[in-house]
Design a protein. Structure first.
Length: 142
């Protein structure tokens, strides 16, 4: 089976890091596939900033950085730059942050699927969009 290149929305990474129920199981399985290099999981640099802020509560700076370092070891970071911001500003996306994520995924090249729990936020996407649960079910069916 060829290795899929997936772009993970921040919500999926947060489900994994925060063990948010009932979504965590699928996020854990998905990141587990990345850890054993069965998929290539990409996260935008923007996601790391958001995740730091969201996971910092109740943790020290060092603890939060250690948590993000573990995530970084199993994912590829996709840059957010001038081109992605400009495209997001002019896009038809209703959610600006998701527009940035989408154009980051597009500029990375080779991304086959965007993985998110908020599929409706990606209605304007030209890339396929799936929830973690849908992706894992499809993978299992193959």
């Amino acid at each position: 089976m060829a290795k899929d290149k997936l772009f993970l929305d921040t919500d999926v990474a947060l489900d994994h890091l925060a063990d948010r129920q009932p979504y965590a199981e699928h996020a854990h399985r998905l990141l587990g596939l990345a850890e054993v290099q069965e998929v290539e999981a990409c996260l935008s640099s923007l996601s790391f900033s958001h995740l730091y802020y969201l996971r910092r509560n109740g943790r020290t700076h060092a603890e939060t950085l250690a948590l993000l370092a573990k995530l970084k070891r199993i994912t590829k970071t996709v840059a957010v730059g001038e081109k992605e911001i400009q495209a997001a500003l002019g896009s038809g996306f209703g959610d600006f942050e998701d527009a940035i994520q989408y154009f980051s995924a597009q500029s990375e090249g080779g991304v086959q699927i965007i993985i998110t729990r908020n599929k409706t936020d990606y209605a304007a996407s030209r890339l396929p969009v799936m929830s973690p649960e849908e992706y894992l079910a499809q993978r299992q069916a193959v």
